[in-house]
Design a protein around this ligand. Structure first.
Ligand code: FAD
Length: 821
């Protein structure tokens, strides 16, 4: 049997080696139009960046070694220019002597790959404009960087290759600008996940333009101008085109083989083309999307290698079938890893597949073991049965194994319910007892089972504020650092005591930082009889990433950064950061918000003015949070830098915040209401309503006689001892029975006051109380006084919570004013 293979890299070389392993007698000829076979195309960007330092490491096999080990006739510099299927012949042209000859075959394997797209733009034919497909391209780019020492590079296209090149050119000290036509980088990601990549790229000083494209290049002798459709012009020393690849299917189509609408060669499940003696694999073919079954192009090395191997089996009498490509892929973007499997939202929508999604942010491994960093996981699944349709994961550590677990689960046709049950390896340095994949399974399973109703970040704009209440259940400190517009803050731990602030007739939208506390709050409210409650999937973190500015524009002039407000790096002013010795050091690595900020707050509180705190944190949100926290509290952020996925911040304590309790100036008010005099009660509620109208949080703490203001007017049947009954009879039952502190005149004074208030259009005390409750004023009845005076909870009006002295002290600590009435 004589097998001829076209293309000597991923698919072609795999097919050749496998064929030989199966059939020692076959004649195998491998044609490669370039100079190299079986090279590591995936490693090429890292050679440019000098992460891979030896050229030879990129060359996996040589023709000589292929001959020696596999007895394969490898012919490099030999382009197959024609296929003549009727005669089972090919035509080959040697680029060494430019001679053409023919070769016969029994079976032909096509693995010619895909070529980079180079659009026909004015000025594109210039040696400063590169594409990256093979080793000669790589060496050309690296030589240019080594010899010309360019300052600026423009990368067109923010796909896998574009971003790998961006990272590696940045490593070489080049300021890189990326131009991307879409509204986000890395096409297979969804926008909300790509937002994480955008923020990371900003941190890494990459300038990038989204929804923009190149329209022309103009050149001078020393630089190139890249003209964008937005009207901007980027002056650069070099350009890398990374806008995608096109399958090399012309040879096949010229031979009359079927080519699909995608431009890829059509193959059946055995990878045979429309001619059964001709097989095709790799980037050149159209594959079946594993999820939808539609024909698609997915140019990846894994599928190409597997297909090559499968074809060899089938040529040798096997019956292997290719079940489609899932698009499982992974890419390193500076310090983060981005991984994808299955379909994204765009594809599911296009294919009319009904889906739901969940966002989870889980630690890469146990938070208490050093180096734990959250990873963000988006899971897409069928709404009715939980079948997994896709996943996108972004993080610093452990992303690869999680995507592979989900990818494997998808191959096995698993559902989100299976993810809950997967038994995954755990010890603190590697994972948590509930792995991020299990957590994603729990969250998604709750959604499918309707045990948790969710809403998504992009639905917030359409919430009807009149009919709804948006509750931020994070701590007040987190709320102060940034929240969703229109949200009220009821921390989850206070929720049970503040139900009076949550109307039952409204739609309730809850959110926390990542979704977990929101879920707990959701469960509390549902069990308290609230009907229309939803929790924000992925929490504020997902929302905030998606709604902030995504692109990073105009930060570079030709040779310097012009503005860095979006870069957010802070460097020491004047003094060298390295020379500052911190007075206190705190390590909050592994902790997620609000842990790091709480630690900073507690440490700063205990420090003296002028002392410096050093904080090490791994939560990616820390950089933004600490910057904001320092701005708000007036403490000075001396520096913040990231190294090896760890942020190191130096913060100098500044006097003005010595007694600050959180990050913002306190505006809450508390009032201790001791008296049950009508005039004092009226004054109390007028002040409270006024402060509530100014947006302040008010707590009224009713103690001793003040409790009478809150009593119901009617007698309530409760069990009391004789003293309590006597007390009850002697004291005024509710607001209507209160007397004036002076000139009461057996009740006449009180009546006159009420009459005058009505005449002057001042609300009655009862109306003031209702208004205060509606405005969210906290009415707390002192439990100790109630006990002493024999007043039972049932005797108090609705909307009052019972609290102890700790409750009062807690609220007054948060307040800038406490009145005693
Ligand atoms: P190729 O490996 O491209 O091989 C095709 C070969 O055929 C070429 O050498 C070509 O010269 C030769 N050829 C074409 N026409 C003819 C002809 N008429 N006659 C003779 N020879 C011919 N994929 C991943 O999964 N992960 C990665 O990290 C990754 N990184 C990448 C980084 C870069 C810079 C590039 C360019 C690609 C990367 N890929 C990656 C994609 C991956 O390399 C391809 O999907 C894979 O190599 C496709 O294999 P193939 O055999 O179809 O084509």
């Amino acid at each position: 049997m004589k097998v001829v293979i076209v293309g000597g890299v991923a698919g072609g070389a795999s097919a050749a080696a496998r064929l030989r392993r199966i059939n020692e007698d076959a004649q195998i000829i491998l044609f490669e139009k370039g100079e190299y076979i079986s090279f590591a195309n995936c490693g090429m960007p890292y050679y440019i960046g000098e992460v891979i330092t030896e050229k030879d490491k990129l060359i996996v096999q040589t023709p000589e070694k292929m001959k020696e080990r596999f007895n394969i006739d490898v012919r490099i510099n030999s382009e197959v220019t024609k296929i003549i299927p009727d005669k089972k012949m090919i035509e080959v042209r040697s680029s060494i002597d430019n001679k053409t000859y023919t070769e016969s075959y029994d079976k032909l394997v096509l693995s010619p790959g895909a070529e980079p797209i180079r659009p026909n733009l004015p000025g594109i034919d210039c040696p400063r404009i590169y594409t990256l497909r093979n080793l000669p391209d790589t060496f050309k780019i690296k030589d240019f960087v080594d010899e010309m020492n360019p300052k600026r590079a423009v990368v067109i296209g923010a796909g896998f290759i574009g971003l790998e090149v961006t990272e590696n050119l940045s490593h070489r000290g080049i300021k890189v600008t990326v131009v991307e036509l879409a509204d986000h980088v890395i096409g297979p990601l969804d926008y909300d996940m790509a937002a994480l990549v955008h923020q990371h790229m900003k941190m890494k000083n990459v300038e990038f333009y989204l929804k923009d494209a190149v329209k022309a290049f103009t050149h001078t002798t020393s630089y190139t101008n890249v003209e964008l459709t937005s009207g901007r012009t980027l002056k650069t020393d070099m350009v890398i085109m990374g806008i995608g690849v096109r399958p090399e299917s012309h040879l096949a189509s010229e031979a009359g083989l079927s080519v699909g609408k995608t431009g890829g060669i059509i193959v059946n499940e055995h990878l045979q083309t429309s001619d059964p003696d001709i097989y095709a694999v790799g980037d050149a073919i159209e594959v079946t999307d594993y999820i939808s079954g539609n024909p698609v192009l997915i140019p990846l090395a894994g599928p190409a290698n597997k297909q090559g191997r499968m074809v060899a089996d089938n040529i040798c009498g096997g019956n292997e079938t290719y079940n489609g490509t899932q698009g499982t892929s992974i890419v390193k973007v500076f310090d983060i890893t981005v991984a994808i499997t299955g379909n994204n939202e765009k594809t599911l929508t296009r294919n009319d597949i009904e889906y739901e999604k969940s966002f989870t942010h889980s630690p890469s491994h146990a938070g208490y073991y050093p180096g734990s960093i959250p990873l963000s996981l988006k899971l897409l699944f069928e709404k009715n049965n939980g079948k997994i349709l896709g996943a996108q994961i972004i993080g610093y550590d452990g992303v690869d194994k999680r995507i592979d677990v989900i990818s494997t689960a998808m191959r096995a046709g698993m559902t989100v319910f299976d993810l809950e049950k997967l038994e995954l390896a755990y010890a603190p340095p590697y994972s948590s007892a509930k792995d991020p994949v299990n957590i994603a399974g729990y969250v998604a399973a709750n959604i499918v089972k309707k045990e948790s109703e969710i809403f998504h970040w992009n639905e917030i704009g359409s919430i009807n504020i009149e009919k709804s209440l948006l509750i931020d259940v994070r701590t007040q400190m987190e709320f102060d650092l940034g929240t969703i517009e229109g949200a009220v803050n009821i921390p989850v731990d206070e929720l049970r005591n503040r139900l009076n602030e949550i109307p039952k007739d409204k739609d309730i939208f809850i959110f926390c930082q990542v979704g977990l506390r929101g879920y707990i709050a959701y469960k509390i409210l549902i069990q308290k009889g609230y009907k229309n409650v939803k929790n924000l999937s992925g929490g504020y973190k997902t929302y905030q990433l998606a709604v902030q500015k995504q692109s990073n524009e105009d930060i570079y002039e030709y040779d310097k950064i012009t503005k860095d407000d979006d870069i957010r790096s802070v460097n020491c002013e004047g003094t060298e950061c390295n020379s500052i010795v911190a007075d206190i050091q705190v390590d909050v690595c592994g902790q997620q918000c609000p842990g790091p900020i709480m630690q900073v707050y507690n440490s700063i509180k205990a420090m003296n003015d002028g002392e410096v705190l050093q904080v090490k944190a791994t939560d990616p949100a820390f950089q933004g949070d600490i910057t904001k926290w320092c701005e708000r509290t007036g403490n000075k952020l001396l520096s913040i830098n990231s190294e090896n996925n760890t942020y190191k911040a130096l913060i100098k304590k500044v006097r003005q915040t010595a007694n600050a309790t959180t990050s913002v100036a306190r505006t809450d008010k508390t009032m201790v209401v001791f008296s049950n005099d009508l005039d004092k009660a009226i004054a109390t509620f007028i002040i409270a309503n006024g402060a509530a109208a100014m947006g302040r949080k008010i707590t009224l703490f009713f103690t001793f006689w003040g409790l009478n203001i809150l009593r119901r007017p009617n007698k309530v049947k409760v069990k009391k001892d004789i003293i309590a009954r006597m007390f009850g009879m002697m004291m005024p039952r509710g607001s209507r029975k209160l007397s004036l502190s002076q000139m009461n005149m057996l009740g006449m004074g009180a009546l006159m006051i009420r009459f005058l208030m009505k005449k002057k259009n001042v609300l009655s005390l009862e109306e003031l109380i209702s208004q205060a409750i509606a405005a969210g004023v906290n009415l707390v009845a002192c439990s100790m006084s109630m006990d002493i005076m024999g007043i039972k909870k049932e005797e108090l009006i609705d909307g009052v919570v019972i609290g102890g002295v700790a409750s009062f002290l807690g609220t007054s600590e948060e307040a800038d004013m406490t009145l005693f009435i």
